[in-house]
Design a protein around this ligand. Structure first.
Ligand SMILES: Cc1cc2nc3c(=O)[nH]c(=O)nc-3n(C[C@H](O)[C@H](O)[C@H](O)COP(=O)(O)OP(=O)(O)OC[C@H]3O[C@@H](n4cnc5c(N)ncnc54)[C@H](O)[C@@H]3O)c2cc1C
Length: 409
C-alpha cells in the first residue's frame, strides 16, 4: 500500500481528502487525515459574531460530517514532521510513515508576539475576532458598551482574509448606527499598509468607503507594543494612538509543528512553489491553504482554487508525469460593507481587483469593486456553499484560474 498523510482537517485538508478519496484506488492507497480538534469552524462567520448576527452555533459543525465514509481519521496533535525520514510523529508518539504528505495546518493568531497585547486588558478592552473565543467575548462587550474610541489595528501582514478587518470596521459603523450611538463611537482603522488594502486600486475604493462612513484611517503604523495603563497602541517609531476598545488582528503564524519540524520561515509558513504547490524542499510534500508562504491571500476561496491545481499535480506526481497545472494566485472575496450591502473583489498574483461583472461577463449577478445588495447576498450564501459544496470538494461555478472576462481595465 502507498501511504498518503494529510495534516490538518480544516478547509484545505478536508477538500483534498474528499477529492483524493474519490480518485485513488483503495486497494493501492491508504489515506490518513490528522487533526487535533473534532469541531470544524467556519472562520468567515467569526466576523459576524461580535455584532450578534451569528452565534457560536452558526459557525460550527463536526469535522467528521465532511469526511468520506470509512476515512482513516486520527484526532491528535501533530508533534513533528520528519521529512528526511518520510514520517510524522503524533503527540502520543504514534509514528505515521508516508510516501506522500499534504500539509494543511493553516495559520493562527499569535497575539503574544506583540509586547503588552495579552497583558491585563486582553479580553477586557482588547479583543480579537479571529478566534471563536475572541469573537464571542467581543459580542458580550459590545452588548453593554456605551461608546468611546474603537481602534481596529492590523499588526502585520500577511493575515488571513486581508479584507476581514475592513469588513469589521464597516459592520461596526452599521451596528452602532442601528444601536443609536454611532455619534458616540469614534472608529479608527490603523494599518501598517500604505492604504486601506494591499492592492492599490481596491485600496483607493475601500479607502473612500472608510471616509464616507466617517471611519478614520491611519496608514503605515507598525505597532511595537500596547501600553495597558494608558490604553494606547505604540508604534516602533513611538507614535501613540489611544483606545477605549482595541480590536486587534494579531500577527498570523503557521502552526508551531512547522517550526518544530524545521520546515518553515520566520512566521512558520512552509516554502512552497507558487505554481505547482509542491514544497520547495521536499519532492513528496505538497502544501495547501494558509500553511503556505505564497503571496496569494490566505482565504478559504484560495484554498479551494488551490485544491483543483494540487489535485491535478498530485495525480501527475504519483504517476511520474510532469506537473502541468499552475496556480495563478486566484482569490475571490465578498466584502460585507454594512447596511445589507457588499463589495466583491476577484484577483490573482498579477492582476489586481478590477471593476466589472462576475461570474457572467456583462450580466453578473455580482458587481466587482462596487457596493450592491446582491454582493451581500453572495457573502451570506457563501456559508451554505462552504458547508455543502466547497468542503466536499464539489465543483463550484467559479474557475480556479482567474478570468479577465467581464472585467474593465
Ligand atoms: C475572521 C476571519 C474571516 C475570514 N473570512 C473569509 C472570507 O470571507 N472568505 C474566505 O475565503 N476566507 C475567509 N477567511 C479565511 C479562511 O477561513 C482560511 O483561509 C481557511 O480556513 C484556510 O484553510 P486551511 O485549510 O489552510 O486552514 P484551516 O481551515 O485553519 O485548517 C487548519 C487545520 O489544521 C489543524 N492543525 C494545525 N496544527 C495542527 C497540529 N499541530 N496538530 C493537529 N492539527 C493541527 C487545525 O486544527 C485546523 O483544523 C477568514 C478567516 C477569519 C479568521
Amino acid at each position: 500500500m502507498r501511504k498518503l498523510v494529510i495534516l490538518g482537517a480544516g478547509t484545505g485538508g478536508t477538500i483534498m481528502l474528499n477529492k483524493l478519496t474519490e480518485a485513488l484506488d483503495k486497494s493501492e492507497w491508504q489515506i490518513t487525515i490528522v487533526d487535533q480538534f473534532e469541531t470544524h469552524y467556519y472562520q468567515p462567520g467569526f466576523l459576524f459574531i461580535p455584532f450578534g448576527i451569528y452565534t457560536r452555533k452558526d459557525v460550527i459543525k463536526p469535522k467528521r460530517d465532511f469526511f468520506p465514509p470509512n476515512s482513516n481519521v486520527i484526532m491528535s496533535e501533530i508533534e513533528k514532521i520528519e521529512p528526511e525520514q518520510n514520517r510524522v510523529i503524533l503527540k502520543n508518539n504514534v509514528v505515521l510513515p508516508y510516501d506522500y504528505l499534504i500539509i494543511a495546518t493553516g495559520a493562527k493568531i499569535a497575539p503574544s508576539q506583540t509586547e503588552g497585547m495579552v497583558d491585563g486588558l486582553w479580553h477586557k478592552n482588547i479583543f480579537d475576532f479571529y478566534t471563536i473565543e475572541g469573537a464571542c467575548a467581543l459580542q458580550q462587550f459590545f452588548k453593554t458598551w456605551k461608546g468611546g474610541k474603537l481602534v481596529i489595528n492590523i499588526t502585520e501582514m500577511p493575515i488571513k482574509c486581508p479584507v476581514a478587518p475592513l469588513e469589521f470596521a464597516f459592520l461596526a459603523d452599521w451596528y452602532f448606527t442601528e444601536h443609536g450611538i454611532r455619534d458616540k463611537v469614534d472608529i479608527h482603522f490603523v494599518t501598517p499598509l500604505p492604504g486601506a488594502f494591499t492592492k492599490p486600486r481596491a485600496s483607493g475604493v475601500l479607502g473612500d468607503f472608510l471616509s464616507k462612513k466617517n471611519i478614520k484611517l491611519t496608514s503605515e503604523f507598525s505597532i511595537g507594543s500596547v501600553d495597558n495603563e494608558k490604553k494606547e497602541i505604540v508604534s516602533w517609531d513611538e507614535n501613540r494612538i489611544p483606545f477605549d476598545v482595541l480590536v486587534t488582528i494579531p500577527t498570523n503564524m503557521g502552526d508551531e509543528v512547522i517550526a518544530r519540524s524545521g520546515m518553515g520561515d520566520e512566521l512558520n509558513f512552509v516554502p512552497t512553489d507558487k505554481q505547482t504547490l509542491r514544497s520547495k524542499n521536499y519532492e513528496n510534500v505538497f502544501v495547501i491553504g494558509d500553511a503556505t508562504d505564497l503571496p496569494s491571500s490566505k482565504a478559504g476561496s484560495v484554498a479551494h482554487f488551490e485544491s483543483d491545481i494540487l489535485y491535478e499535480n498530485f495525480m501527475s506526481a504519483i504517476e511520474g508525469r510532469d506537473m502541468m497545472e499552475k496556480f495563478d494566485g486566484h482569490a475571490n472575496c465578498f466584502i460585507e460593507s454594512g447596511f445589507g450591502k457588499g463589495i466583491l473583489i476577484d484577483f490573482n498574483y498579477d492582476t489586481e481587483p478590477l471593476p466589472g461583472k462576475f461570474p457572467l461577463p456583462g450580466v453578473g449577478p455580482f458587481s466587482l469593486l462596487e457596493e450592491t445588495k446582491m454582493n451581500h447576498y453572495g457573502k451570506v450564501m457563501f456559508r451554505w456553499m462552504y458547508w455543502n459544496f466547497l468542503l466536499k470538494g464539489l465543483e463550484l461555478p467559479v474557475d480556479s484560474q482567474m478570468s479577465m472576462a467581464g472585467k474593465r481595465l
